[in-house]
Design a protein around this ligand. Sequence first.
Ligand code: C2E
Ligand code: MG
Ligand code: MG
Length: 565
Amino acid sequence: MGSRSDKFKVNGRRQILVADDEFINRELLDNILRDEYEILKAEDGETAYEMLTDHRHTVSLVLLDLNMPKLSGLDLLAKMKEDEELKSIPVIVLTSDSNSEVESLKKGAADFVPKPYPQPDVIRARIARTIELAEDRQIISATERDVLTGLYTSEYFFRYCEQFDKAYPETDMDVLYIDVNHFHVLNERFGMEKGDEVLKSIADCLRTIFSPGESILCRKNADMFLVYCPHREEYQSLVEKAATCCPDLPTSIKIRAGVYPHGDKHLDIQSRFTRAKIAADKIRNNYSVSVSSFDEALLEQELFAGQLVDEFPKALAEKQFQVFLQPKFDIRGDKPVLASAEALVRWFHPTLGMISPGAFIPLFEGNGLIAQLDEYVWRGAAEMIADWKKRLGISVPVSVNLSRVEMYDPNLADTLEKIIQDTGITSKDIYLEITESAYVRDSDQIVKKVQQLRERGFFVEMDDFGSGYSSLNMISSLPIDALKLDMFFIRHAFAEGNDTRMISIVIDIAEYLNVPVIAEGVETEEQYLALKKLGCAIIQGYYFSKPVPGPDFEKFLLEKEESPC
Ligand code: C2E
Ligand code: MG
Ligand code: MG
């Protein structure tokens, strides 16, 4: 929509239509107004209507005589009200009859000028004021409504929700956040026009489901819709109904809704919608669920995650992260011998206490902070190795965990090498644990990366094996030095009836690949003995030790020194 001046001016001036059958009246008004306005003149109702239709985008105001031949002023007013565009043009009625004044105001006239005409200044002032009011109203309605769907824009929507709450504080209201999964795909595949069409049909459908009399609807932006409506028990069928409004929607496109039922009115309206959005985000990648309700636990998780992310830089600078070590024992001989250790990070938060990596690693993997944290952990592990060598004369490798995202870092090998150089250890001292799921996606790229790392002398263990469902085909061509069985895999094998057949198969695969099998999460003597019998090479788990702080780990080093195999 153009600006106020683009739309209304002709030759740089606003245009007024004077509709009066009396020549003298038309001339009189023309004289009064022509210095300031462009004037169109019509001598009967029909001509006036035609002129209006032709000049609908430029006429700023109509001065309308009520008694005219062909089409009376009141009839013209009525016709204008039926036309979406003409109805926004303000009309000032010219009349000598005070009864008609009321009638014309009822029919939608903005004002009236009595005949005989008052002072020219009074007429000019009334006209200017009426035009100004009408144009302001136009601007307001342009920003109040979303142009594409006709729903409220968010600014007005929130304001109207607040007004509603003031008027009906007792009404139990639900807060809905609705969005279209992968909407950009629709735009990209079928074009913007198709995208717009879908959005319009969703809006129309929402209007039929949530009647505008009791609900307030908004298109927030792009493919997000907000609904403020009286509480209902069920939304599943409504969301399904909304989806059927767009029958030729590709199957990859799903409508999903987050609901904050009985929205707490003590919270400001935006916070209530944030809760509905949190609920919707929970099912972002879940195609089988289309409605999700907000609960407080979800918010707490979200706030906790936000706090961890915000505090990460300070925590790293203050060394709140500590590298713990868990020993891995070689069980192939008569008695278990310390083979290496795994570095596992812990966050010692000043107020929250110890936070385990399960709470922050996935979060930092999602936002990229993991790279800084891992570098810190790798360096910490390397410093410990160097310290043992120097102080105790003992050399035991430590494996560090790599995240999938790090496999895409072109500087990964250089970063590791720099750490090795800085601390004075070798690439043989640091093992790399790369989770199986990293191999499954983009396997070619990952395989290349792993090859590079092995060429630089690093020993690579495939972590969590059994959880990522890599194909046997792929495993046979994998460049790895050890297979580390996933803990839950082991847990399952020993849960009922000691069904260790799968472990045997993995051990056979490892033998075929000529690499050792490491079992992690070994907690009992029974598991240890069974794994030993099956031919598992190395064991890690609470049976031997939980992960411990670096200084506590030294006892394992010293034990090894005392009784080397
Ligand atoms: P993971 O690499 O598979 O590490 C093994 C996890 O199993 C560790 O949990 C360890 O404490 C736990 N564990 C070891 N033995 C037993 C046992 O006998 N029973 C049970 N129930 N658990 C056992 P943790 O330390 O909580 O680490 C969880 C995951 O977080 C790790 O799984 C790893 O994927 C990730 N992680 C930990 N530290 C780091 C790190 O510095 N960098 C990266 N990228 N990931 C890390
Ligand atoms: Mg690991
Ligand atoms: Mg593991």
